[in-house]
Design a protein around this ligand. Structure first.
Ligand code: ASP
Length: 588
């Protein structure tokens, strides 16, 4: 028997017991004739005492024990002389009478404690040591609890957990596929699923009725901050449902998860539902952070066309936000904000401000172009009170300008401390456009994915004004993060063919790529719909993390590399030959 107890389990009630513990040496302290060792495992830390008076030999061994050595000890549980109220085991210690070195350790490259001295790269390279740290391990424990709660909830609602394959054909979701060569079919490739989308729809055709899976998804995208090439979804699909049914059940699941896993009661009230158009107009984003207000106020008609200020006269959109209580912002603070919106990743040309002082007097950066009445009107339209600051952006492209204003709003939210990690604001964004134009592709693309159904009332517009068609699609948003999204699907082969046509597929190409789905729809496909939650995102919100990486056991870095395994890597010539693959040397 390696251990009778874990390093987190002994309490004062255990005083007098003779126990066996095993674990890692967190640290050793020699104080005169006594050596204290903190022994750690997943469950906690227990203090061991080696007393020179009792056994010189044991004392010697303890003093030779380095950090992260794996040891086993036997000893008597004693009440501590100086107790540590910050540790669950802080009332006791073990007076060791037997010591067994199970495995020595090299000196770890960083300290295994909450505030480690290890930088990001080093921690990732030695992730197995990083996970020994309590804060990282806690995130994995939370993730586990989250998954168990998801399974319990969905099981109670009759969902079946079904695995779908990882080696499949292409499943377009708007990203690039990762592909895998097939040795047995030279020249042919599998694709890794971007999501199990088409497979879960086939399970509905198969009569499964309610499906879920905690599914690995793979997307070969250029890595933006906080994206992983492989990530995990809680993927769900249901038959004979409307959008309303889906929103209700997943709202119930979300409330359940908050309560079970995070101990937060979201209350009885349903989540607000916001049409996509409204989200874009009020927040410049399809995933608005509604923990705080500061909604956009459109000022285009008020400020454009006076002939005095060409920057506004040339704009397609002028919009502002009111930062409460910020009229006292200094020149320096305003310059900082101007520099913020001018950063290349935001790309605004400049920032206009209007200050309404505490006494009601108004001052702005465009005073020389507008009459006091006009500026007064701006304050009124924006709803600014005494003490407030109005920040205004403009641009030739309304959508782009709204996105810039969205960044500014979030920045102000940060500065004003309005984005509290312990506050949760959830909503559904609904009525997304079906299609969006892609300059890159020179065609309309599905905004969600090509299997999403248009709203029934919009189907007639498909042939004439596809850009006006709204989708029967929905996203769940929490604190400005899209935590889930889905849609009612097309279950009619004809309608699916029509959508492929709008997306620029010839019937032959549609058949070649999606024939398996369209043909299945000819065998009695039930009406169906579903959604997928981003597991990594949920867990990082619950854990209050800044990055999803911290809740993934072995994440990739920003260049998509696993630095611990040193992957991706080259493969042996023989492997390539077997696959009939020849590498093209770069032209340079
Ligand atoms: N497969 C979709 C996605 O990955 C989710 C869904 O529509 O159920 O975004």
């Amino acid at each position: 028997m390696y251990r009778s107890h874990t390093c987190g389990s002994l309490r004062i009630e255990d005083k007098g017991k003779h126990v066996t513990l095993a674990g890692w040496v967190q640290r050793t302290r020699k104080m005169g004739g006594m050596t204290f060792v903190d022994l750690r495992d997943r469950y906690g830390i227990t203090q061991l005492v080696f007393d020179e008076q009792k056994s010189g030999e044991l004392f010697e061994q303890a003093n030779k024990t380095g950090r992260e050595y794996v040891i086993q000890v036997e000893g008597l549980v004693e009440e501590r002389y100086s107790k540590n109220p910050n540790m669950p085991t802080g009332d006791i210690e073990i007076i060791v009478d037997k010591y067994n070195l199970l495995n020595p350790s090299l000196t770890p490259p960083f300290t295994i404690e909450e505030n480690t001295d290890g930088g990001d790269d080093l921690r990732m390279k030695y992730r197995y040591l990083d996970i020994r740290r309590e804060n990282v391990r806690k995130n994995l424990e939370l993730r586990h609890k989250f998954c168990i709660a998801v399974r319990n909830f969905l099981d109670s609602k009759g969902f079946l957990e079904i695995e779908t394959p990882i080696l499949i054909g292409s499943t377009p979701e708007g990203a690039r596929d990762f592909i895998v060569p097939s040795r047995m079919n030279p020249g042919q490739f599998y694709a890794l699923p971007q999501s199990p989308q088409t497979l879960k729809q086939l399970l509905m055709v198969a009569g499964i009725d309610r499906y879920f899976q905690i599914a690995k998804c793979f997307r070969d995208e250029d890595l933006r901050a906080d994206r992983q090439p492989e990530f995990t979804q809680i993927d769900c699909e249901m038959s004979f449902v409307t959008q309303e049914d889906i929103l209700q059940i997943f709202e119930e699941m979300t409330k359940y998860l908050f309560k079970e896993v995070r101990g937060v009661d979201l209350g009885e009230a349903p989540f607000p539902r916001m049409p996509w158009q409204e989200a874009m107009e009020k927040y410049g984003s399809d995933k608005p952070d509604t923990r705080f207000g500061m909604e956009f106020k459109e000022l285009t008609t008020l400020l454009k066309g006076t002939g005095n200020f060409s920057i506004f006269d040339d704009a397609a959109y002028i919009g502002g936000i009111v930062a409460p209580g910020c009229a006292g912002y200094s020149r320096k603070q305003l310059d900082e904000l101007t520099n913020f919106v001018k950063m290349p990743q935001i790309g605004a040309k400049g920032l206009v401000w209007v200050k309404v002082a505490d006494d009601g007097s108004i001052k702005s950066s465009v005073d020389k172009y507008y009459t006091p009445e006009q500026i007064h009107q701006v304050c009124e339209t924006a709803g600014a009170a005494n003490g407030d600051l109005i920040l205004i952006l403009c641009g030739p492209d309304a959508m782009r300008c709204r996105k810039q204003l969205c960044e500014l709003r979030l920045e102000m939210g940060n500065r004003l401390g309005l984005r509290d990690k312990n506050k949760f604001s959830l909503l559904w964004v609904v009525d997304f456009p079906m299609f969006e134009w892609s300059d890159e592709e020179g065609r309309l693309m599905a905004m969600h994915h090509p299997f999403t159904s248009p709203r029934p009332q919009d189907i007639p517009l498909l042939a004439t004004q596809p850009e006006k068609v709204l989708a029967d699609a929905y996203d769940m948003v929490c604190n400005g993060i899209e935590v889930g999204g889905g849609s009612i699907r097309i279950h009619d082969a004809e309608l699916q063919a029509q959508i492929f046509k709008v997306l620029g597929f010839t019937p032959e190409k549609a058949q070649a790529q999606f024939g398996f789905l369209m043909n299945a729809f000819k065998y009695g496909a039930p009406p169906h719909g579903g959604l997928a939650y981003g597991l990594d995102r949920w867990v990082s919100i619950f854990a209050g993390l800044d990055s999803i990486r911290d809740c993934i056991a072995f994440p990739k870095n920003n260049s998509g590399r696993d630095v611990m395994l040193d992957a991706p890597s080259e493969v042996a010539e023989a492997q390539l030959e077997e696959l009939k693959i020849a590498l093209v040397k770069d032209a340079e």
